[in-house]
Design a protein around this ligand. Structure first.
Ligand code: TYC
Length: 101
């Protein structure tokens, strides 16, 4: 049996760190119509009407609401696409991202 034999290796497995998740957050504003916010939440984040309405009304009342969590790249591209959808229609609707604790 040589040193490189599988049975002589130390039985220590490397720890694989799970990627940190990032929150997508929608911010309230005074101009974007409520229905449009609901439409974007359904279209970009796969929410039902009820889920999207709840997120929209929470952002409307409290100033912001967490929409979903994803890996960094996905969170950033979804936030960009959702923000761009508003901009395309002349609305200031803004989606941001931040790392989860
Ligand atoms: N406050 C907006 C209005 O009264 C609606 C709105 C809700 C806009 C949530 C953005 O993230 C938002 N028309």
């Amino acid at each position: 049996m040589s040193d490189s034999d599988i049975r002589t290796r130390p039985k220590v497995l490397p720890k694989t760190a799970r990627p940190r998740l990032h929150k997508v957050i929608v911010l309230n504003d005074d101009y974007t119509p409520r229905d449009f916010v609901v439409l974007v939440l359904k279209g970009e984040f796969g929410m039902t009407e009820t889920q999207a309405y709840r997120v929209m009304i929470t952002a409307h009342r409290r100033g912001s609401c967490v929409v979903a969590v994803y890996t960094k790249d996905i969170a950033e591209s979804k936030a960009t696409r959702a923000t761009d959808a508003g901009r395309k229609h002349g609305y200031p609707l803004l989606f941001t991202t931040e790392p989860e604790e």
